[in-house]
Unconditional design. Structure first.
Length: 559
């Protein structure tokens, strides 16, 4: 089994150091970490605050909300299900995570069948071929055809038709022409909107004689839902092909290249073939949900490494299991998703309302992290290292910019390469951010709620961008007051980020508006908000010191 690349020559990344970290970046020239503050009176006080406050955060919703004594209990009780643990109920009301949770045995079987097929293919079907790129690509093509046939049934015809149409047109357009960029975005936008409107189409709608093809829909008929991610890979191939025509190809592909070089270093023009294109677009471990990997990166990793071990995959497997168990514990003890879905929050105190929102966001974070880590684990065991999507815990962020760098990181890296930098990057940060988050919202869902979320994120970026201009670290970073002013700004930034994500992924506009009206509509609510800001101020100070500790250890993540 291909798993863990052992340390390579100096200057190359070792995959064993990158379990869930962002590869170390260059530390800014004006940044030097100070001496540790953990044992100072200030941070001892912060530790006491953590000890006194943090245990109440799960206890309050568990003791006061998850009980028949709660007047709203009859409203959300029908959304709770019987657990595999006798005598307990589980909040399995989130449809997205329920789909993954109930299909874990099937996904494990699918991954097992994939590795069995790979071993059989290597041993019996192509025994004379060297275990190199051609072997990997040909296997990925075979495995992806079988996977899509099982998942989507006859809809595989629609998928291949779209992919072949794109490839044919791309190869007809002069690669150096700006028309290729226009076509790429127009084609993907058309497919995105058409899939949403026609819900994946039907053969009968094309012609009545084709209606028998609609009979076998596969185990996952909604192929058009996962095609959003496929669309990102189409854009990656098209633009990587275009840019390769302006660049000198790199040396032979190697998994010893660091992750940034694998993305940016083009291949020879002869490498952008139909076989490589289809193998990349439909790569089985990452096809369903990602993480997203660029075409250049995939092809650089398509040849086996010189030496492998299981150490890294085991370590990553333990992390995945820990996150899965954590999610199960939350679903069995804190029915916050059911409370949210049933709008069963009438009469709740400000602190209860705030914790309902907070734990819903934690559930959102975990319900995305767990599937992404499952599929990344599958890819890692196959010898391909896609980016880690969730670099930091949701509760370990104080910066809106840093939060979006560490949330769905592979998507963030994709956006930076194919949208943000071409739009001007940091030179036009606000305009580029507005267009980026508009795209992100529409890509997730063609709804007003997500569009509102995207625009709110951009609005909430303005204070942070302004503060960085007015109080730059390079000028004021060594002042005694700078850290405390920045911590207050971080506390307010956390509140804004939580509000935006509650709108987009949890409560919607009306629910978030009600939450804030209760939090600031009474003296009790105002008192709690001041207390909450104080707690977030303390938490931000600890996060600052945690970042300093990372820098002392030579880790710099820019988030």
């Amino acid at each position: 089994m291909r798993a863990d690349i052992k340390p390579g020559p100096p200057g190359h990344a070792s995959i064993t150091d990158l379990t869930v970290r962002v590869p170390a970046s260059k530390v800014p020239a004006n940044y030097t970490p100070g001496p540790p503050r953990w044992r100072t009176p200030e941070f001892i006080f912060y530790a006491i605050c953590f000890i006194l406050v943090v245990p109440w955060m799960p206890y309050i919703p568990w003791a006061y909300l998850n009980t028949p004594r709660n007047p709203n209990y009859p409203l959300f009780r029908p959304l709770l299900s019987d657990s595999y643990i006798r005598g307990l109920l589980v909040d399995d009301s989130d449809a997205q995570y329920r789909s993954f949770r109930s299909n874990i045995p099937a996904l494990l079987g699918l991954a097992g069948a994939y590795f069995f097929l790979r071993g059989t293919y290597a041993r019996y079907l192509v025994p004379s071929q060297p275990q190199g790129r051609s072997h990997q690509i040909s296997f990925h093509l075979l495995a992806s055809f079988l996977l899509l046939s099982a998942l989507h049934g006859t809809s595989i015809i629609k998928i291949y038709a779209l992919l072949l149409t794109n490839y044919s047109i791309v190869k007809l357009i002069p690669p150096r022409s700006a028309l290729l960029v226009v076509y790429t975005w127009a084609f993907c936008a058309l497919v995105l909107f058409s899939n949403e409107i026609y819900e994946g189409y039907s053969f009968a709608a094309i012609h009545t004689s084709l209606s028998p093809l609609d009979a076998w829909k596969g185990f996952y008929p909604r192929w058009h839902v996962s095609f959003n991610i496929t669309m990102l890979r189409i854009i990656s191939f098209n633009l990587d092909w275009r840019w390769a025509n302006f660049s000198q190809p790199g040396e032979a592909s190697s998994t010893l290249l660091d992750s940034k070089t694998r993305v940016s270093q083009p291949h020879t023009l002869a490498s952008y073939t139909l076989g490589n294109y289809l193998a990349y677009i439909l790569y089985p471990p990452l096809y369903i949900a990602g993480p997203i990997i660029t075409f250049n990166d995939y092809l650089h990793q398509s040849a086996p490494p010189p030496d492998t071990s299981l150490e890294f995959v085991k370590k990553y497997l333990y992390r995945f299991i820990f996150c899965l168990v954590t999610m199960e514990f939350i679903l069995h003890t804190l029915p916050v998703v059911a409370i949210k879905d049933a709008h069963a929050w009438q009469g709740s105190t400000p602190v209860e309302l705030a914790l309902i929102g907070f734990w819903n966001l934690i559930v959102v974070w975990l319900k995305l992290l767990i599937p992404w880590r499952f599929f990344r684990l599958w890819a890692l065991a196959d010898g391909v290292d896609p980016p880690e999507n969730m670099v930091r815990c949701m509760a370990n962020n104080y910066s809106a910019l840093g939060f979006w760098r560490s949330w769905h990181r592979s998507y963030n890296l994709w956006i930076v390469r194919y949208i943000y930098i071409p739009l001007g990057g940091s030179q036009r940060a606000l305009l580029a951010s507005l267009l980026v988050f508009t795209f992100v919202a529409l890509w997730h869902d063609l709804s007003f709620k997500l569009l509102t979320w995207g625009w709110l994120v951009v609005i909430f970026l303005i204070p942070e961008l302004s503060a960085r201009q007015l109080l730059p670290y390079s000028k004021f970073g060594k002042e005694w007051w700078f850290r405390h002013v920045a911590a207050l700004g971080g506390a307010l930034s956390i509140l804004m980020m939580m509000s935006a994500n509650l709108v987009g992924f949890v409560l919607g506009v009306d629910g978030t508006e009600y939450l804030w009206s209760q939090l600031i509509g009474s003296w009790n609510g105002v008192a709690f908000m001041l207390f909450a800001i104080g707690c977030l101020f303390v938490a931000t100070q600890v996060m600052f010191e945690y970042r300093e500790e990372e820098a002392r250890q030579g880790i710099y993540r820019r988030c």
